[in-house]
Design a protein around this ligand. Structure first.
Ligand code: P6P
Length: 339
C-alpha cells in the first residue's frame, strides 16, 4: 500500500528538547522554555521574511503602509520580536543583539539564568534579491542568584551551553547544538512545527569547497593568500576546490556544515579584526562546527577560546572541515615562526 502521507512518529523540536531535558532530572525546564521562545521568534521571522517580497511588491516595505504607519525594516522587526519573546520567557537576564548598541538587562521580576547573544536577521541586505538569510544565537548560563553584569556576556565561546541558527530560505531550517552533537529541524508550515530532518549532523573531515569573498584578495595577509592559492592551484596533484560564496553567513555556514569545506572571513588591511562579530556570529557557528566534528580558528587561536572585551567585537574566522582548517592553521603557524 502507498506510504502514509502523514508520519505519526514525528520528532518535533519541542519533543526533542524535552527528551534532552529528561536526561537531567534536576533540570527545572528553564532551558526548554527558553528554546521554545527562540523557536517562536524564528517562526515569526520566517513568516515575515516570506511576506517581505510580497510587501515590497505591494509597496509596503520601507514606505508607509495602508494605516499610514512607517513599515519597520525587517531586521528591526525581527529584533523586537526576539527581545520581547526572550524577556517574557522569564528565563533570561542579559540579552546582546546585533541590532542594539547596549546589552539589555532584564528587570528583576522577569529575570532568569540565561544570557542570550543573537543576530536577529543576519545578512538582511540580501532580502530584496531573495537570498537566504538567518537568525544566529548563542546561550550562556549564569550562576544562580548572580547579579547580571556585562562580564556575564563577555565569556569565551567555549562556555556556551547551546548555539544555533535558523535559515530562512527555500525552507525554514533550524540547526542547534546543546553540547552533545548537532541536529537540524525543518519547519512544516502546515503543522507550524519544526520536524527533525537532519539528526546528528557530522561535517565531512575534508571538503572540496572554499568560501571567501575573493574581492578582498588584494588586502589579504600572507597565510590567507597562500591558502586560497593552494585551493585554486593545488601542488599535490589533487583537484582544485570549487568556490561557493553566497555572502550570507548562515547560508554559507549551513552549506559548509552539510557538504564540507571551509568558510573564511579573514582579517585584511581594510578590517584588521575581520568583519564578523565574535559573540553572535563567530562563537555560535564555531560551537556548531566543533560539535559536528569540524573546527574554527581565528588566525591566532581556537575561536571558542577567544575572550571578547566588548559585546560587538569582531574577529577573523576560518571554520569548516577539520582537515581543511588544519591546513590554514599550519600556514599561520609557519608565519608566526618566521616572524
Ligand atoms: P561581505 C552579511 O552582511 C554578513 O554580515 C554575513 O552574513 C556575511 O557572511 C558577510 O557579512 C558578507 O560580507 O563583505 O563578503 O559582503
Amino acid at each position: 500500500h502507498s506510504a502514509d502521507a502523514f508520519r505519526t512518529d514525528l520528532m518535533t523540536i519541542t519533543r526533542f528538547v524535552l527528551n534532552e531535558a529528561s536526561k537531567y532530572p534536576e533540570s527545572r525546564g528553564d532551558f526548554s522554555i527558553l528554546i521554545s521562545n527562540i523557536v517562536l521568534g524564528c517562526k515569526f521571522v520566517c513568516a515575515a521574511v516570506n511576506k517581505a517580497g510580497l510587501a515590497k511588491l505591494i509597496g509596503l516595505a520601507g514606505e508607509t503602509n495602508v494605516q499610514g504607519e512607517e513599515q519597520k525594516k525587517l531586521d528591526v522587526l525581527s529584533n523586537e520580536v526576539f527581545v520581547k519573546a526572550l524577556v517574557s520567557s522569564g528565563r533570561t537576564c542579559i540579552l546582546v543583539s546585533e541590532e542594539d548598541e547596549e546589552a539589555t538587562f532584564v528587570e528583576t521580576t522577569k529575570r532568569g539564568r540565561y544570557c542570550v547573544v543573537f543576530d536577529p536577521l543576519d545578512g538582511s541586505s540580501n532580502i530584496d534579491c531573495g537570498v537566504s538569510i538567518g537568525t544566529i544565537f548563542g546561550i550562556y548560563m549564569m550562576n544562580d542568584g548572580e547579579e547580571p553584569t556585562l562580564e556575564g556576556a563577555l565569556q569565551p565561546g567555549k562556555n556556551m551551553v547551546a548555539a544555533g541558527y535558523c535559515m530562512y530560505g527555500s525552507s525554514c531550517t533550524f540547526v542547534m547544538s546543546t553540547g552533545s552533537g548537532v541536529n537540524g529541524f525543518t519547519l512544516d508550515p502546515s503543522l507550524g512545527e519544526f520536524i527533525l530532518t537532519h539528526p546528528d549532523i557530522r561535517i565531512p573531515k575534508k571538503g572540496k569547497i572554499y568560501s571567501v569573498n575573493e574581492g578582498n584578495a588584494k588586502n589579504w595577509d600572507g597565510p590567507t593568500a597562500k591558502y586560497v592559492e593552494k585551493c585554486k592551484f593545488p601542488t599535490d596533484g589533487s583537484p582544485a576546490k570549487s568556490l561557493r560564496y553566497i555572502g550570507s553567513m548562515v547560508a554559507d555556514v549551513h552549506r559548509t556544515l552539510l557538504y564540507g569545506g571551509i568558510f573564511l572571513y579573514p582579517a585584511d588591511k581594510k578590517s584588521p579584526t575581520g568583519k564578523l562579530r565574535v559573540l553572535y556570529e563567530v562563537f555560535p557557528m564555531s560551537f556548531l562546527m566543533e560539535q559536528a566534528g569540524g573546527q574554527s580558528f581565528t588566525g591566532k587561536e581556537r575561536s571558542l577560546d577567544l575572550v571578547p572585551k566588548h559585546i560587538h567585537e569582531r574577529s577573523p574566522i576560518f571554520l569548516g572541515s577539520y582537515d581543511d582548517v588544519e591546513e590554514i592553521k599550519a600556514l599561520y603557524a609557519a608565519e608566526a615562526k618566521n616572524s
